[in-house]
Design a protein around this ligand. Structure first.
Ligand SMILES: O=C(CO)COP(=O)(O)O
Length: 187
């Protein structure tokens, strides 16, 4: 039915499904298998709750979720991994860039150790949790970040800044290097 509507991508393991609908890792595993078998592309979410953060269980929780997802993934080129800090979603508390980077690096390292170097290097890992025009620029510079999964800001003009966050960063670097070259030439 999703494919009949022309959709190519499906989000699975989203925090609302995991928490409100109590979807287990096992059920999400089955959904990922089904979606990939049907030729869909998957945004596979792993979620850190406030309780995980407070009790120091983040790594254990995320790795268990990732293990269940990875067991269902036969083609990583059709998967984007999304990390959502649920405690920073719609709560007014923002995750710092350092907090986000720490988790993203751990996820990439998990892929390196448990799947392959190629998958670790090529899989896009994106972040969700109150991404807005205010914090997207700084987050976009993170080493292990490849994009965002945006909720409420997607309904506002903010989304344009978020889409261009990485581009702006790259073009700022490009103009900096261009100015150096111009300086060299005029020296
Ligand atoms: O759940 C999310 C995206 O699916 C995140 O939502 P917010 O960007 O509103 O925090």
């Amino acid at each position: 039915m999703i494919k009949d509507c022309g959709c190519e991508w499906v989000i699975l393991g989203h925090p609302e499904r995991r928490t409100i609908f109590s979807e287990s890792d096992d059920l999400i595993h089955q959904k990922v298998t089904h979606a990939l078998d049907a030729g869909m592309k998957v945004v596979a979410c792993v979620v850190e709750t406030q309780k995980d953060k407070q009790t120091g269980c983040t790594e254990e929780t995320l790795f268990a979720q990732l293990k269940a997802l990875a067991a269902a993934i036969t083609d990583w080129s059709r998967v984007v991994l999304a990390f959502e800090a649920l405690w920073a979603s719609g709560t007014g508390v923002l995750a710092t860039p350092a907090e986000v980077q720490e988790v993203l690096a751990k996820l990439r390292q998990w892929l390196r150790q448990n799947v392959s170097n190629t998958v670790a290097n090529t899989t896009r890992i994106i972040y969700a949790g109150s991404v807005s025009s205010t914090n997207c620029q700084e987050l976009a510079t993170l080493k292990d970040l490849d994009g965002f999964l945006v909720g409420s800001a997607a309904l506002k003009p903010d989304i344009v800044h978020i889409i261009n966050a990485r581009t702006t960063h790259v073009s700022r670097l490009a103009s900096y290097f261009n100015s150096l070259r111009t300086d060299d030439r005029s020296a």
